[in-house]
Ligand binder design. Structure first.
Ligand code: GDP
Length: 234
């Protein structure tokens, strides 16, 4: 599965000349370039402080240490666009990054705080689970959710809760990608096994392997997100 349009176009593959692909479709190189346009838009400690936006929003979620910041920084090719606060108790926020040419933002990435960090006080954990759940249920322009999971650990209880929270919206068309991070730490056999387990858990959503270290999955993921943000281009 996971046959994103244009998948397989490696980094050596020359860009497809204009006119030789279906109207609206783009090459992997263009999708990767689109991700590189990411720039900081705003940060909000609470849902009600997030600006209402008309453009599609793609949320990145995952347990603390899953590799979310590294993944966002790799996809956007910006060193410190997303930097997780590893300090327990420090205020965490929802960070928004704009995508598209300056002056014509066509999508937004939302970096949600990592959950499950053991040292965070229980009250803070509960508060953040509530903020996250509210966001995932009510954010009107939310188009897609990317859940990052370290395949060596698999889905944790909090990941399962998150899947339950978004399930009704996925059934109504919200796009979902389960991204298996740190794939370089698995051999080929382990990667195949992790993929087949994750496909069973993803409830019909997409599943991909990702390695920031090896730049694995960067093109495929960028293309998938571009298409999700531009459904009219299909
Ligand atoms: P976050 O808490 O989800 O934002 O996780 P980070 O992005 O901070 O990553 C957690 C740890 O995993 C860090 O030590 C990263 O260097 C490491 N890591 C992240 N992505 C990869 C990857 O693709 N390969 C390897 N080998 N390590 C990674």
């Amino acid at each position: 599965m996971t046959s994103a349009p244009g998948q397989g176009a490696g980094s050596d593959t020359p860009a497809v000349p204009p006119g030789s692909r279906p109207a609206g479709a783009i090459s992997a190189a263009l999708a990767v370039g689109w991700m590189h346009t990411a720039r900081f838009l705003t940060t909000a400690p609470k849902l009600e402080f997030l600006p209402a936006l008309a453009v599609p929003e793609i949320a990145f979620v995952g347990r603390s240490n899953a590799g979310k910041s590294t993944c966002i920084n790799t996809l956007t090719q910006q060193k410190r666009l997303a930097f997780a606060s590893k300090t327990p108790g420090r205020t965490q926020s929802i960070n928004l990054f704009a995508l598209g040419r300056q002056g014509s933002t066509d999508a937004v990435l939302a970096d949600l705080p990592g959950y499950g960090y053991a040292a965070v006080p229980k009250q803070d954990k509960l508060r953040w689970q509530q903020v996250m759940a509210n966001y995932l249920v009510t954010r009107e322009n939310l188009r897609a959710v990317v859940l990052m999971v370290d395949p060596r650990l698999g889905l944790t209880e909090l990941d399962d809760i998150l899947l339950e929270v978004i399930r009704p919206r996925v059934e109504q068309g919200l796009k979902f990608l389960l991204l298996l991070t740190k794939a370089d730490k698995l051999n080929r056999g382990e990667q195949a096994k992790a993929l087949s387990i994750a496909r069973l858990q993803a409830g019909g959503g997409e599943v991909k392997l990702f390695s920031a270290l090896k730049k694995q999955g960067v093109e495929e993921t960028s293309l998938l997100l571009w298409h999700w943000a531009h459904p009219e281009a299909r």
